[in-house]
Design a protein around this ligand. Sequence first.
Ligand SMILES: C[S@@+](CC[C@H](N)C(=O)[O-])C[C@H]1O[C@@H](n2cnc3c(N)ncnc32)[C@H](O)[C@@H]1O
Length: 238
Amino acid sequence: MACLFSAKIFTIFPEMFPGPLGVSLVGRALQNNIWSLEAVNLRDYANDKHRSVDDTAFGGGPGMVLRPDIIDAALMAHYRTRPNTLIYLSPRGIPLTQEYVKKLANQSHLGLLCGRFEGIDQRVLDAWHIEEVSLGDFILSGGEVAAMALLDAVVRLLPGVLGEQESLNEESFTENLLEYPQYTRPRNWKGHLVPEILLSGHHEKIKAWRKAESEKLTRERRVDLWQRYKAAQQERKD
Ligand SMILES: C[S@@+](CC[C@H](N)C(=O)[O-])C[C@H]1O[C@@H](n2cnc3c(N)ncnc32)[C@H](O)[C@@H]1O
């Protein structure tokens, strides 16, 4: 199969890749050339004998900052022009959502920049119009784990990666709902029974039960999603 999607990761720890992206569904897709991955070592673009990529922050404060000239040299070496999607994984970025992941899965290439220390000099982010994307409201020690999470979410949406396209349509966040509870064998586990309806073979009733469970979970756990779900329902009615 022809490669549908390529990713380049700009990092000072290229040895972290493919890591978890090399196993299971996403790893098999990598081996089958459905997507490709290149980890670029930012230190290859350093210009001193210590291969340094960072320096102290102007204005003071603790920690080091990744230098703009080094990042720029790495990007210039890999792109003649700015790629459509160039992302800096950053806690200041827009929060990653399934909707955004779907958009990324329609691209043919993704450039991902991983910060370390206190982050990256602002000027290179501005000069290359780099989007900032966050994994959530917490601080990781580097962008690599965030890049892996983002790529895992994107690659599983590529055609041919998941066996059953069906399962994509019923996942959490589709239509702003969380997924209903799942059950498998044994039917009776330590006295805990599988809900009767799921054993009935009545497809319409099962569908209705799952929808009701999805709604209940979303209402209880995620007020933000629940409000969006209700608003979308109202819009359809109007
Ligand atoms: C220690 S953090 C720097 C945090 C930065 N000083 C701040 O307060 O915003 C080092 C790097 O980890 C990555 N990182 C940390 N938290 C992240 C998050 N929630 N989402 C995505 N990337 C994150 C970024 O690439 C960041 O440059």
